[in-house]
Design a protein around this ligand. Structure first.
Ligand SMILES: *Cc1c(COP(=O)(O)O)cnc(C)c1O
Length: 401
């Protein structure tokens, strides 16, 4: 059976060029970058070159880029490392209610250490309001962490405005840019970003490698004490193949960023328009305008989310729900609740995230399958029967922003 992969926000297929660039560092070029003989120095040069390429992607200096094991580690390091190093200045942190769990759970851990955290709400479009952000800043606020783009509903936050507001009050600004790096234009100086997290496997690179950008002068605790790797801040022998693969993926992504963006935007909008026109009782989640070019997220009424995912999977379509069902919990997604969806609607949600080679035909096939799936599920739904008999109203059809 043909498989259609529409879950690129959860991970991407590594590109063959990336694998090719990595392979020598698993075999003949196995040297430790800290060794002084040529074999070690070639590994060291490869890491240095990768650091330069990745820094260049966001307008940073190579010495401000620190390799990590992924996006989660970068988020943990940025937030815990900064908070602990600057606790004497204040113990208040601002974040948003729709962050990835790598940020939310990190903030919760800091609350146990005596830090206070404000979780800013978002509007119905899934955007942080700059006024709310400004109002949340207190004299003891030291750090703000607001994601660049959301992994569930794809909304892109007004990062430059938020960072400027933070700086006006002397607050350091971190952004989880895992969904944006390699996909959206990012410049840390122009946007006023002080720390930024990224992860290779979200841009057709390998899993298990990421980076944290730390602006020169921003004080962050060491993550791993030991050797002098990562300027003494994160010891452990470098993941040379991973780092080389990350840089290769970023270089390729940067080269085709605009063309992929344009083609994905057309396919995304076609998908959104088709679903709105052809599937009744459907609601687009998150702003249509300020949105990643590859993200489609809908809620459907009178169906049960797990049934929808299972039937889609049975048709060879890899998609995910907006909810955390997949992680073993039946709680609806915190992101969908934050944009104001009631539990029963949040449960019936679907996220399609396009890849660089997703075609219009792939998306049309997925939507055709979705239409059949939803029709089947609604046919079996007692609630839908009640709706047809006029006993209950549609929440989505009466939705007001
Ligand atoms: C995937 C993701 C992460 C986690 O990255 P890993 O490299 O898998 O640890 C963090 N934040 C966002 C927004 C993500 O999409």
């Amino acid at each position: 059976m043909k498989q259609i992969y529409l879950d690129n926000a959860s991970t991407t297929a590594m590109r063959s060029e990336v694998l090719e660039a990595m392979l020598p560092y698993f075999s003949e070029e196995f040297g430790n970058p800290s060794s002084i003989y040529p074999l070690g120095q070639r590994a060291s040069d490869a890491v240095a070159e990768a650091r330069e390429v990745l820094a260049g992607c966001i307008g940073a200096k190579p010495r401000e880029v620190f390799f990590t094991s992924g996006g989660s580690e970068a988020d943990n390091w940025a937030i815990k490392g900064f908070a602990r190093a600057n606790a004497a200045k204040g113990r208040h942190i601002i974040t948003s209610a729709i962050e990835h769990h790598a940020v939310l759970h990190t903030c919760a851990a800091l609350e146990k250490e005596g830090f206070e955290v404000t979780y800013l709400p978002v509007d119905a479009d899934g955007l942080v309001r700059v006024e709310d952000f400004k109002a949340a800043i207190r004299p003891d606020t030291i750090l703000a962490s607001i994601m660049f783009a959301n992994n569930e509903i794809g909304t892109i936050q007004p990062i430059a405005e938020l960072a400027a507001a933070a700086h006006e009050e002397g607050v350091v600004f971190h952004t989880d840019a895992v969904q944006a790096f390699g996909h959206e234009y990012i410049n840390v100086d122009e946007m006023g970003i002080d720390m930024l997290s990224a992860s290779a496997h979200k841009l057709y690179g390998p899993k298990g490698v990421g980076l944290l950008y730390i602006r020169k002068g921003v004080k962050v605790q060491n993550l791993i004490d030991g050797g002098q790797q990562e300027r003494g801040k994160r010891a452990t022998t470098e993941n040379v193949p991973g780092i080389v693969g990350f840089a290769k993926a970023a270089e390729l992504a940067e080269g085709e960023r605009e063309s992929v963006h344009t083609s994905q935007l057309a396919i995304r909008d076609h998908a959104i328009e088709r679903i709105l026109a052809e599937i009744p009782h459907a609601k687009l989640n998150g702003s249509w305008e300020s949105r990643l070019a590859n993200n489609v997220n809908f809620s459907f009424e009178f169906i049960e989310g797990e049934g929808m995912l299972l039937q889609m999977a049975a048709r060879g379509i890899c998609v995910s729900s907006g909810s955390a069902c997949t992680s073993g919990s039946l709680d609806p997604s915190h992101v969908l609740l934050a944009i104001g969806l009631p539990h029963e609607i949040a449960h019936g949600s679907l996220r399609l995230t396009l890849g660089r080679d997703t075609t219009l035909e792939d998306v049309d096939f997925a939507i055709d399958s979705l239409k059949t799936t939803l029709a089947n599920l609604r046919m079996m739904s007692p609630l839908y029967e009640d709706f047809k008999q006029g006993k209950v109203q549609s929440i989505i059809d009466n939705w007001e922003k």
